[in-house]
Design a protein around this ligand. Structure first.
Ligand code: SOE
Length: 386
């Protein structure tokens, strides 16, 4: 059986999460293809070396260009800031490597288009890490919708609320910088909800949005800055991306919806959620209670009617591969592992993963229309997938 060697690019928060997932996926799921965690890359040699040891990779390197064309590498796992995704992914795809790419797929629609073209040219398997869709409770919501259990969908109410951006003294990391991130809250977390909405409801036809930057200036970071925490310097710099976006949606199938995204909602740490109302029932999910899917069915007895909770377990998608008893608790790494399982399964079956670069491109088109609408104040039409 062929062994697939993985090169991880980027050793930050996401590099760590992917490393745990690639370590445990064979244990949890019996990996569909055998993988070896071969080389880890970081521009900082000390970080690369430490990560190789801590995350369990055989080798380390400091330049992804030295790795992407190596004949012994089969999978490139991109966990670097957004401004590097396109260049690495295109080089990897053209070299015939399967590509896992952290979200958002790119900084612009044009970059996403070039990434999609490169992947199509060589037929490699691609996946964009919109991980929350792999949550068993979210997949259960999808199953209920497909089985018609809530009837025809009337509307979708999605949100992603965080609070790590709410402190005005939090240093200006790359996530607040257009040249590095492409956009702000919308690209960072809004795209996860767009992914969920496309998964559960369908394609977006048009959007009308209010887009706001609440904190226009922040202290510059002292030294290299990795994530939401970090040291501030005494100088200040301009924030040139969005802090929040509020969007009305018309889907192509006639469903209506809204999405609210902000990193300035004190008290909401990582709250991605949605409610979907149908002609025969409702579904509600909130990631901070990721083991629970709340449902209400119109034909339940009137005296016992109301939302009830399904606790994730062996009867929900992927649950049979995790733990034998419902309510034991699934977590972030379980979901990252399901994501990797789905990616490796697509490689084994020579199929395509979901969400792939086609999905990633469509999400970029929607995000772009939201930002455009934030300026124009108009409904913006979305170009549909070819
Ligand atoms: C920061 O907002 C962040 O790390 C996002 O970049 C991730 O996509 C999200 O899953 C958690 O929060």
């Amino acid at each position: 059986m062929k062994k697939y060697n993985v090169a991880l690019i980027g050793t930050g928060f996401m590099g760590k999460a992917h490393s745990i997932a690639t370590a445990v996926v064979p244990i949890l799921f019996g990996a569909p293809v055998e993988i070896e965690r071969k080389v880890v890359v970081d521009i900082d040699e000390e970080l690369a070396q430490n990560a190789a040891k801590q995350y369990g990779f055989t080798e380390y390197a400091t330049d992804w260009r030295d790795v992407v064309n190596r004949p012994d590498i089969d999978i490139i796992d991109i966990c670097t800031p957004n401004d590097t995704h396109a260049e690495i992914a295109i080089a990897a795809a053209l070299a015939g490597k399967h590509v896992m790419c952290e979200k958002p797929m790119s900084m612009t629609v044009e970059e996403a288009q070039r990434m999609q073209e490169a992947a199509r040219e060589t037929g490699v398997v691609t996946m964009v890490s919109y991980n929350y869709r792999h949550t068993p409770a979210v997949q259960m919501a999808k199953r209920l919708i497909e089985e018609g259990r809530i009837g025809d969908i009337l509307n979708f109410r999605g949100y992603y609320l965080q609070d790590w951006g709410a402190d005005p003294e939090l240093p200006l990391s790359w996530r607040f910088n257009k040249a590095k991130a492409g956009s702000g809250t919308l690209g960072d977390i809004g795209t996860h909800v767009i992914d969920a909405a496309r998964l559960l409801v369908g394609e977006f036809a048009s959007v009308n949005s209010i887009v706001k930057t609440f904190i226009p200036e922040r202290p510059l970071p002292a030294g290299r800055f990795f994530g939401p925490a970090g040291q501030a310097s005494s100088e200040r710099g301009k924030v040139d991306v969005d802090d929040a976006a509020l969007t009305m949606i018309k889907f192509t199938n006639g469903v209506y919806g809204t999405i609210e995204v902000t990193r300035n909602a004190w008290g909401h740490h990582n709250q991605l959620g949605f409610e979907i109302y149908g002609t025969k029932g409702s579904i509600a999910f909130d990631y901070q209670r990721l083991n629970e899917l709340r449902v209400a069915f119109a034909d339940d007895p009137k005296d016992a009617f109301g939302f009830r909770t399904i606790y994730s377990g062996p009867h929900q998608p992927f649950g049979d591969k995790l733990w034998p008893v419902a309510g034991m608790g699934q977590g972030y790494i379980d979901i990252k592992s399901i994501e990797w399982y789905n990616f490796l399964k697509a490689i084994a079956e020579k199929g395509q993963a979901s969400p792939n670069f086609d999905d990633g491109l469509q999400i970029e088109r929607i995000a772009d229309a939201i930002l455009t609408s934030g300026v124009s104040g108009e409904w913006e039409e979305i170009e549909q997938p070819a």
